[in-house]
Design a protein around this ligand. Structure first.
Ligand code: SF4
Length: 339
């Protein structure tokens, strides 16, 4: 058996795979790659299922062209060159006849986690020149990107929770135990949360639902759906009015603190409590816990961003990281370095 080292593209975790195969297309086994820096040998059941997909007799192995009329339509196999030529020709025809935007382009899982797909998808999209471009981003993370653009100057400056070093991991509207770390690429979340506990760290989950991650948390606060922005404004209010704001190294790069203080002034714990569904005392205690933690990684995902006040909630989440000095420091939420 020969070994192939590959990456599972089925989700953002992009776990490293070791594939045993006989050189003739038959897979003996798939296991996690212990040497992969991200996944460290972790795999979920979907990766083991790749063998079934690969060997499924119904899997398409060559391009197919639909031929015949409405009554005798059928598929016939054609070669790759012929298929690519035909698609390029027909796309050109559609655009010439109906305009460039008449061809829409969508990228989602697993293409966006495939290096070639990510690279050439952009080239293809530019060549199409169509404004009709879509991806899973639209229903997932655009509010995070808008908040990053407004606060940090670029939509892809997305701070990543430093989960492996933090003392306090706060999760809002996310379920990393199931997603394996959406927008942070952190496979083996169960192992990482176990390590957090073993080094004395704590996990707090804020979510209307008792998620798998919430079931493991030290604290789980149920809040009403869509009230994250109110809660975050109140947390910021408590921290800045109790003299616990500490920008640290960020002070030289931060402006608008006075504007933030003024903006969150009306959002006292008592004012938001009836809407959020937490008591004012619990909101205050949570703010103090975050402010006093040696380091805190504040992480919000789809539940925070995909709602009426999603962009505001994401912006406030980043602002909370800033006022507690947890932005771009070890154990907080950090910017990645370009690969
Ligand atoms: S978590 Fe599962 S689906 Fe996602 S990359 Fe890893 S093995 Fe693949």
């Amino acid at each position: 058996m020969a070994l192939h080292h590959r990456v599972c593209h089925l989700c953002e975790a992009m776990c490293g795979l070791v594939i045993e195969h006989d050189g003739a297309g038959h897979i003996g086994a798939i296991r996690g790659d212990e040497g992969d820096a991200f996944s460290r040998g972790h795999l979920c059941p979907k990766a083991y299922g790749l063998k079934d997909i690969h060997e499924d007799p119904d899997r398409l192995r060559v391009p197919q062209r639909r031929v015949g009329g409405p009554d005798d339509a059928r598929w016939e196999p054609i070669g790759w060159d012929e298929a690519l030529d035909e698609v390029a020709h027909r796309l050109g025809e559609v655009q010439r006849e109906h305009g460039r935007d008449a061809v829409a382009f969508y990228q989602g899982n697993p293409t966006v986690h495939n290096y070639a797909g990510a690279l050439f998808g952009q080239v293809f999209s530019r060549a199409l020149g169509s404004k009709s471009r879509y991806s899973a981003t639209s229903v997932d993370q655009l509010p995070h990107m808008l908040a990053a653009l407004e606060m940090f100057g670029h939509q892809l400056y997305l701070p990543i929770p430093d989960i492996d070093r933090t003392d306090l991991f706060v999760v809002l509207g996310g379920n990393p135990l199931v997603s394996n770390g959406s927008l942070m690429t952190a496979p083996d979340m169960r192992g990482r949360l176990k390590s957090l506990r073993e080094r004395g760290g704590r996990l707090i989950v804020i979510d209307p639902r008792r998620t798998e991650t919430a079931a493991l948390a030290d604290e789980h606060h149920f809040i009403r759906p869509g009230t994250d922005a109110l809660l975050l404004a109140a947390l910021a209010h408590v921290i800045v009015t109790s003299g616990q704001a500490r920008l640290g190294a960020l002070a030289a790069h931060t402006d608008g603190l006075e504007a933030l203080i003024a903006a969150v002034a009306p959002f006292t714990p008592a004012a938001v409590a009836p809407h959020v569904g937490m008591t004012a005392a619990a909101i205050e205690a949570l703010a103090h816990t975050i402010a006093r933690a040696r380091s805190a990684a504040l992480y919000g995902r789809v539940g925070v961003s995909t709602q009426s006040f999603g962009a505001l909630a994401c912006w406030l989440l980043y602002a909370l990281s800033v006022v507690t000095g947890n932005l771009d420091r070890p154990g907080g939420s950090m910017f990645t370095r370009p690969a």
